[in-house]
Design a protein around this ligand. Structure first.
Ligand SMILES: Cc1ncc(COP(=O)(O)O)c(C=O)c1O
Length: 443
C-alpha cells in the first residue's frame, strides 16, 4: 500500500475512533488531521514524509526535542527494572530522588511532593489541600478561591472553577463551584503612558481590596506567574507577584503558583516565581517535567502545610489519590530531564537562544499586521490584526503548509519552541512566520 493511501486510511480510522481534545470534530471535514509517525529534535514527520517544526513544543510539554537520546536511554534502562508500582504504602528510587531534587530547586522551601498525572489534577490537589489545611487549622469557612481574570488552570471541574476563559467554561457553569476573579496585571491592559510595573502595582491594589473584604472565606489565590498562557500569553511585571505574596501573607490566604506552563525554564529562570524572589505556599508543576515524554504532575508545599495534615486522626490526612501517582517511568523521565538541565547549563544557554530568536523575529515585531510583540524567557507572542473570526484555524492550516506547527490562541500567535532549536531553525521559523503575515488577505 502507498504511504499516502496508508495515511489517509489512518486518518479515517482516527476520525471514526478517536475523540480529539479541544476540538469541534466537525471541523475535520475540511481540516485534515496530521498523521505523525516520528519525531527528532524540533521536527515532527508525517506518514507522507512531510515535516513540521514544533514551534509550540507539542502543547508546551517538550523541552529538549522529540526522541532525545538521553531521555530515551533512561526510560529503556528503567523499563528493565520497574515500570510502575502504587505509591500508597510503597516507594521507589526515582520518586524519592525526583522529590529531593525538585525540593532543592526551590531552595528546600517546598519540601513535600504530592504526585498526579496531569496539570488539571495538580490544580485539583492544590485547591483541596489548601481548603483542607484551613479546615484542619480551625478555619473551615475558608472555602473560596480567587484567580486572575483570563486565567487558565485546566479543564476538570475544580480547575475550571478557577479558570476564566469563557469558551471553555460557560457551558459547564451549572456544574462549577463559584470563584472570584481579580484584574489581570497583563500589561496590554495598562492605560496609555502607564508602565507595566505601575499597572502591576495598580492590579495588586485590586487584589488587596478583594482580600480585605473576603479573606475570612478565602482559602487561596491562584496565579500563573509572569505569563498567563491559554488566554493569549498575557505577560506581567514580577512586581505583581511580590505584592501578591505580601498581600496573601497579610490576609492569611495561600498563594498557589500554577507553573504547569511557566516552570522548567520557560520564563527564563528555572521557576517563574524566582524572578520575583518569592516562594509560593503551593507549587503546581507538570507539562515539561518529563521533557514531554509521559504524563506527570506534582504539587509541592511548605512544611507548615504538610504538618497540618500529620495526625493520628486519619480524616485529617490528605486522602486524595490517583492510580498512576508517582509513576516510576514518568519519574525517571523527569530525572533525565533534570540531568539535562544541569549537565548542559540550559538556563544560561537559553539566554543566548532568546536573543537569537528575538533578533530573528524583528521583522515580525515591526510587521504592520502584528501588535503587542512581546517576550518573556522562551515565550514570544503577538496579536495579528484581522477581522477573520476563524483566524486561528486558517493560520494553523497555512503554517502547516510552510512546515510550521503554530497554533494561535484566537488572534494571538506565539512561539514556545523546544530548548534545542538551532539557529537555522530559528531563521526558518521567523522568516516563514513573517511570510505568513505578508500573505494574509487584507482586512
Ligand atoms: C497554566 C496551566 N495550568 C493547568 C493546565 C492544565 O494542564 P493539563 O492540560 O495537563 O491538565 C495548563 C494546560 O495548558 C496550563 O497551561
Amino acid at each position: 500500500m502507498q504511504t499516502s493511501t496508508r495515511s489517509s486510511l489512518l486518518l479515517k480510522r482516527s476520525l471514526a475512533a478517536v475523540w480529539h481534545p479541544c476540538t469541534q470534530m466537525k471541523q475535520h471535514e475540511w481540516l485534515p488531521l496530521v498523521p505523525v509517525v516520528r519525531g527528532a529534535g524540533c521536527w515532527l514527520y508525517d506518514a507522507d514524509g512531510r515535516r513540521y517544526l514544533d514551534a509550540i513544543s507539542s502543547w508546551w510539554v517538550n523541552l529538549f526535542g522529540h526522541c532525545h537520546p538521553r531521555i530515551n536511554a533512561a526510560l529503556v534502562d528503567q523499563l528493565g527494572k520497574l515500570e510502575h508500582v502504587l505509591l500508597a504504602g510503597f516507594s521507589h528510587e526515582p520518586v524519592v530522588e525526583l522529590s529531593e531534587r525538585l525540593s532543592s530547586a526551590t531552595g528546600r522551601a517546598l519540601g513535600h511532593c504530592f504526585y498526579a498525572s496531569d496539570g488539571a489534577s495538580a490544580i485539583e490537589i492544590a485547591l483541596k489541600m489548601s481548603f483542607h489545611y484551613w479546615r484542619n487549622r480551625g478555619s473551615p469557612a475558608k472555602t473560596r478561591f480567587v484567580s486572575l481574570a483570563g486565567s487558565y488552570h485546566g479543564e476538570t471541574l475544580g480547575a475550571l472553577a478557577v479558570t476564566d476563559v469563557r469558551l471553555f467554561k460557560d457551558v459547564y457553569a451549572p456544574l462549577v463551584m463559584a470563584s472570584s476573579q481579580v484584574a489581570s496585571p497583563d500589561w496590554r491592559l495598562a492605560e496609555k503612558g502607564e508602565s507595566a510595573y505601575d499597572y502591576a502595582v495598580r492590579c495588586a491594589g485590586a487584589l488587596e481590596r478583594h482580600l480585605e473584604r473576603h479573606h475570612a472565606e478565602t482559602a487561596a489565590f491562584i496565579v500563573e506567574p509572569l505569563v498567563q498562557g491559554a488566554s493569549g500569553m498575557a505577560m506581567h511585571d514580577a512586581e505583581y507577584l511580590r505584592r501578591a505574596r505580601r498581600i496573601c501573607d497579610r490576609y492569611g490566604v495561600h498563594l498557589i503558583a500554577d507553573e504547569i506552563m511557566t516552570g522548567f525554564g520557560r520564563t527564563g529562570t528555572f521557576f517563574a516565581f524566582a524572578e520575583a524572589g518569592i516562594t509560593p505556599d503551593f507549587l503546581c508543576l507538570s507539562k515539561g517535567i518529563t521533557g514531554g515524554y509521559l504524563p506527570l504532575s506534582v504539587v509541592m508545599t511548605r512544611d507548615a502545610v504538610y504538618q497540618a495534615f500529620y495526625d493520628d486522626d486519619v480524616t485529617r490526612g490528605f486522602l486524595h489519590s490517583h492510580s498512576y501517582s508517582g509513576n516510576t517511568l514518568a519519574c525517571r523521565a523527569a530525572l533525565a530531564t533534570l540531568d539535562l538541565f544541569e549537565g548542559e547549563r540550559v538556563i544560561e544557554a537559553n539566554r543566548v537562544r532568546r536573543s537569537c530568536i528575538t533578533a530573528a523575529a524583528r521583522p515580525i515585531a515591526q510587521h504592520p499586521r502584528a501588535r503587542n510583540f512581546r517576550n518573556t524567557g522562551m515565550i514570544w507572542a503577538f496579536e495579528v490584526e484581522t477581522a477573520d473570526p476563524s483566524f486561528a484555524r486558517h493560520f494553523f492550516a497555512a503554517a502547516l503548509e510552510q512546515e510550521l506547527l503554530l497554533r494561535p490562541l484566537g488572534n494571538t500567535v506565539y512561539f514556545m519552541p523546544p530548548y534545542v532549536i538551532r539557529e537555522d531553525e530559528i531563521e526558518l521559523l521567523a522568516a516563514r512566520t513573517a511570510a505568513l503575515l505578508d500573505a494574509l488577505p487584507p482586512d
